[in-house]
Structures are given as C-alpha cells and as structure tokens.
Design a protein around this ligand. Sequence first.
Ligand code: SF4
Ligand code: SF4
Ligand code: SF4
Length: 280
Amino acid sequence: MNIEYEVVADVPWHPCMNENAHDKVPRLHLPVAPTCNTLCIYCRRGIAAAGFQSGPGRTETILTPAEALQKTEHFLDKWGEDAIVGIAGPGDPLANFEAIETLRLLHKRFDGIHLCLCTNGLGLLDHLPLLQQIGLRHLTVTVNGIAAEIVEQIQPWIRYQKKKYTGRIAAEMLIVRQLEGIRQAARSGIFVKVNCVVLEGINSDHIFETAVEVKRHGARMINLIPRLDPTPNGLFLPAKAHKFELLQKEIAEVLPVFTKCKQCRADAEGIPGREVTCVE
Ligand code: SF4
Ligand code: SF4
Ligand code: SF4
C-alpha cells in the first residue's frame, strides 16, 4: 500500500523530518547521554557493537564531551557544515549533564552548526532557554500518549529534580511537561517532530487523539514506531505491516507522517537512507 501523506511546504532539509532528505543528508549521533529520567517498558538501551544490533539506545561506547567534539570535527570535515549533529541517547540527552555540556561546547566551537536532539520531553521546559541560546532548530520528542492511565502502563516512573514519581502522578507530570515543552519550543521557531511508539493493546487505539493533541501544541510531524507488539513472555515483536500502514494512513489525516524511519542507533553516523539496517 502506498501511503499518501501531506507534503509540508517548509519542512527543514533534515533526514528525520523530510523524507526527500533521508537519503541525502548526513547526521552524526553523539552517544554522550548514558542515563535516563524514566523507564519505558520497551527500552533496550545498552552497549552493543556496531553492525550487530540496530535500534535506538544502542551504542558501542559512551563519549565524553571532549571526545564528542573531536568526533564532530572529523565528521564535519568529511561531510561539510550542512550535516546534522545530534544527540539521541542512549539515554535521554536532557537528563545528562555531559550531553548538555556537549551542546554548549559544540555551539561555542562550530559556528552555525546544525544541532539536533531526541528527548522524552520531561526535561524540555527546563532546558529550552539553553536550546534556544545555542540555536537548536530541530527537535524530536517521544510522546506515547496523552492520557495518564495509558502512559503509566508504558512509563511506570519518572525522576524529576532528583525525586522519583510513580504511576498516575508520574504519567500526568510527564504528559504536562511534554505538551508544554512542545508548545514553547514550537512557538520559539523550533521544528518539532513527535515520535510515538505503538504498543498493541496498550496505546494502539490512542494514537489518533495523541496526534491531534501534539499537533494542537505545535508538533509539525509524527513518526510512528511500529516494531512493538507485546508477546505473552514480555518481548516485543514487529507489528504487522498491513495493520501499521492503516494506522499511518489514519494518522496522516491529522499530521504528516514520517514513514522512512528505521530507528537509528545512538552512535549512528552517515547518511541514514543509505545505511543497511542490521539484523538483531
Ligand atoms: Fe529508554 Fe528512551 Fe525511554 Fe529513556 S526515554 S527509558 S532511553 S526509551
Ligand atoms: Fe536528530 Fe533525533 Fe534525528 Fe538524530 S534521530 S538526527 S537526534 S531527530
Ligand atoms: Fe531519523 Fe529514523 Fe532516519 Fe534515523 S532512521 S535518521 S532516526 S528518521
């Protein structure tokens, strides 16, 4: 089935936000964020050799901010200054001092660098002034639902300002901060895409209203992550392709759907649309 989705006139020339750029624009992921401020039941972050395990949260190593700078220098020498330099894990960038420090250093060292982030959004409001100051223009926020009774099943706890919250309260805090973070980021001119992990039987019937709400707060695009049908033994398997395409089609009525994502590792480097996805 061919998915027809709305073509957005002013989408950035960015591999995660413009399907035409996915096989043209290089990006570098700096793995400088080892820890996270929540627990998603599908999270698989960890150290894994490149070429053996694909997927978000996987990295061969954790870099220090100084090492990240050095790597960026080589990357920009190779690909030019229009390439994207992002932090996508393996944990949450906004929950790691080293990731924040890396952003500061990159901005100081490389004039006009195209910085980018993937975050769960819990820390977005707190760090938005810095993101604006360093000229961040692209942001992906993972929002798995806008109803606390659903989100608490996916993210059973959060840690916010050194305090741990669980259950319904945690989910409510997360949702409020995600939506307000998206709203303020979008208002300041940042192009915000939302990632939404589709979990059959948990949030799969809740995606439409999630898309409506994130759009209302300023998100410009959504990427549905299909790979996660829960099995009785607690593992997650790829969702059925035909069912997933129907969902994409339905959501495209609300927001442009990005359909080319193969879910990069946290240390990915190069042109995403030309990479071979490895088998787990
Ligand atoms: Fe893992 Fe990302 Fe969820 Fe954190 S936000 S627990 S890194 S999937
Ligand atoms: Fe940016 Fe996230 Fe895409 Fe990496 S995966 S380029 S950090 S939006
Ligand atoms: Fe972005 Fe997904 Fe493409 Fe990686 S595979 S560059 S995360 S859209």
